[in-house]
Design a protein around this ligand. Sequence first.
Ligand code: BTX
Length: 328
Amino acid sequence: ESTRKELIELLNKNKGHISGQELSNQLGISRTAVWKHMNELKKDGYEIEAVQRKGYKILSYPDKISENTLRWGLDTKWMGNELYHYDQVESTQEIVHQLAKQGKPHGTVVIADEQVKGKGRMARNWDSPKGKGIWMSILLRPNLPPLQAPQLTLLAATVLAKLIAENSDLNPQIKWPNDLLINHKKVSGILTEMQAEQDTIQYIVLGMGMNVNQGEDEIPEKIRYKASSLKVEGGHDWNIQATIQHILRLFERTYDVFESQGFETIKKEWEHFGYKIGEEITISTMKETWKATLIGIEPDGALRARRRNGREEKLYSAEIHWGEGGYH
Ligand code: BTX
């Protein structure tokens, strides 16, 4: 198992072909053993080219997502340098919390094909069916005061919205603070969990869930009226593996901009995708529910809304809904 992993890594590192002899030297196994491993890889769906006197080269990876396939061609600086993939987990959030406590670095990523106890906010659940979406958590160790942590949620939402807008005709919108909607239905949610001590953030676990290839009947009936997937809205399947890599790249780039220039650039992008900006909605806080017009977000990421009596308020935590019967 570990030889196989090393073998894939060697093949990965090499842009051209790598000879059987070289592989046998580096791995400390016989050339026959190398050859046997190659056959195993082919059986698993790797397409491997063997050229006389030049050696082996991976032409393509199996469809099945794995740590190797995710790392292949991932040209990021810090995002996903440590990357873990699981077939099934309770929640990727919990795994990243554990990894954080073990001291894993900023940019550590955990991805699962399926979550059996996917978490939403406030102990709600997040439906994460096998192989149908992106269920991923990222460990961040930002140098920020805890009060600014919500900016990272907005940043993540902006990244996902940009990704969809750049790769389809769909029109993603961000519902403050953390939902991504297409045609008024939720396709993605973000869960930011913070471990802080007094005025420093120890770490943040940023969870992103995105419904990708569910057909309409694969979305739980209970939430079908308000939830959707990229496939349902766009009419075709997406390559989950490529999309994950794309998110990691775009996230890294956006985060680097955020780190060097502050929230201002992100704020503009967020507002470009902002849902119901300028429209009247209903806001619920712990204390009350009221009608308001959404104005936009503040330089620190808080929501700005205007009451019917004209008074403006700045909100750090609230639920927004609209239409009959509410929504969340
Ligand atoms: P949220 O609390 O805003 O949304 C949860 C609510 O959304 C649920 O109560 C339900 O009504 C609805 N819902 C549940 N599943 C889905 C779904 N697949 N698509 C659309 N609507 C749904 C949003 O919480 C934050 C979700 C974060 C999920 C990621 S996945 C990776 C990481 N691991 C983990 O356990 N959570 C995060």
